[in-house]
Design a protein around this ligand. Structure first.
Ligand SMILES: [Mg+2]
Length: 319
C-alpha cells in the first residue's frame, strides 16, 4: 500500500467508503507495513545475496470460495502460498506487495482480509512494502513476494542416486476440499491444514544448509511436483507410496495428488538427519524415494514394490 492519496486508492476506488478500505488496511498493518508512503519500496539486499521474486494470484471461484473459507483465511492462504515459493528457493523473505481487487459486497470484509495477509506476513517475519487496491466484480488477491538468497536452490539440481525427501504430512488439503465439496464439515485438523498452510521458510534454510540438490514446494500435488523437478533435472524419480507421510487417515495415493500442501520436496545426495530436523521444527522429514537415470521427467510410483498410478494430477476445483 503506497501513499493512500496516490494511485493506491482514490482513482481506483473513489472517495468515501471505498477509500476507507486503504486506511483500514494500513491501520491493521501497523508494525508489519514498512517503507510505504513513497512511490516505490526501497529494499536492501545483503551483500552477496541475490534477489528472488515470485507472484501468485488467487481468484474467487477459481482458487477459493467465500463459503468455504473466512476472508481472514483467504488473506492468510494467498499470502502464505506466495511465501512458500520463496521457501522453495531457500530464500529469506524481504517484502510482500499486495494487489487487491474487491467487489462492493466484500468491502466490509477488507479489514479481516487484511488481517489474514498481515498474519501470514508477521508469521514469516516479512514486511508488507507496497500494494494497490481496485474495485472488481469478484474478490482477487495478487501477492508478489521478494526475498534474498546467497545460494538459491533450484529444481534442476537432482542427480541419479539422490534420495527424495518431503516435509510434513500430505493429503489434508485435498481431503478438506473433498469434504467441503460434498457439503460436509471436514475434520478440524484437516481443515486447519487447508486453511492455514505454513510456508516452510526456516525449514528450507536448514535443508539448503545440509546440501540438498534440488527443491520445490508442493502446490499442485506431490506427483506433479516430482515431474516438474525430474524434468528440470533431466532425471527419473521413483517414489514408494507406502513411505509417503499422510495426514490423518488419508490414503497415500490420495496424499500423493493432494495440491496446495505447501510442504517442501527435496533431493539430497546424502542421507538427511530427519531426527535432528524433527527436533528443530517438530515436523517430519521423510525419505520417500530415489532419483534414477531414466528418461527425464518420468516419475514412477510404487506400492509394496508394485507399480501403481495414484491418479490424475491436481487441478484447482471448478467453481
Ligand atoms: Mg512453487
Amino acid at each position: 500500500v503506497t501513499e493512500p492519496a496516490a494511485d493506491a486508492g482514490q482513482e481506483a476506488l473513489g472517495p468515501g467508503r471505498e477509500f476507507d478500505v486503504i486506511r483500514a488496511l494500513l491501520a491493521r498493518w501497523s508494525g508489519v507495513a514498512r517503507g510505504v508512503g513513497d512511490d516505490g519500496a526501497v529494499l536492501d539486499i545483503p551483500a552477496g545475496s541475490r534477489l528472488v521474486a515470485s507472484i501468485d494470484t488467487s481468484v474467487e471461484g477459481v482458487h477459493f470460495r467465500r463459503d468455504w473459507l473466512t476472508v481472514h483465511e483467504i488473506g492468510y492462504r494467498s499470502t502464505a502460498s506466495a511465501l512458500s515459493d520463496l521457501a522453495a528457493m531457500a530464500a529469506r523473505p524481504l517484502g510482500i506487495l499486495l494487489a487487491l481487487s474487491i467487489p462492493a459486497d466484500a468491502l466490509d470484509d477488507a479489514p479481516a482480509l487484511g488481517d489474514g495477509v498481515g498474519q501470514a506476513a508477521r508469521d514469516a517475519g516479512c514486511a508488507i512494502v507496497g500494494g494497490d487496491t481496485t474495485r472488481g466484480d469478484r474478490l482477487a488477491l495478487t501477492v508478489a513476494v521478494l526475498g534474498h538468497a546467497s545460494a538459491p536452490v533450484r529444481r534442476s539440481g537432482a542427480r541419479p542416486g539422490d534420495r527424495v525427501y518431503v516435509t510434513g504430512r500430505l493429503g489434508a488439503a485435498a481431503a478438506a476440499v473433498a469434504a467441503l465439496a460434498r457439503g460436509e464439515t471436514p475434520p478440524a485438523a484437516l481443515r486447519e491444514r487447508f486453511a492455514h498452510p505454513v510456508p516452510r521458510i526456516a525449514e528450507a534454510q536448514w535443508l539448503a544448509a545440509h546440501g540438498v540438490s534440488a527443491m520445490i514446494d508442493i502446490s499442485d500435488g506431490l506427483v506433479s511436483e516430482l515431474r516438474h523437478l525430474a524434468a528440470a533435472s533431466g532425471v527419473a524419480i521413483t517414489v514408494e507410496l507406502e513411505q509417503v507421510p499422510v495426514a490423518g487417515d488419508v490414503r497415500p495415493a490420495a496424499a500423493a495428488v493432494s495440491g496446495e500442501e505447501y510442504e517442501l520436496l527435496v533431493t539430497s545426495p546424502r542421507e538427511l538427519d530427519a531426527a535432528s530436523f524433527f527436533r528443530v521444527f517438530a515436523l517430519p522429514l521423510t525419505d520417500i524415494g530415489r532419483v534414477g537415470d531414466g528418461a527425464g521427467g518420468v516419475v514412477t510410483t510404487t506400492h509394496q514394490g508394485e507399480r501403481v498410478d495414484p491418479g490424475a494430477g491436481y487441478d484447482h476445483f471448478s467453481p
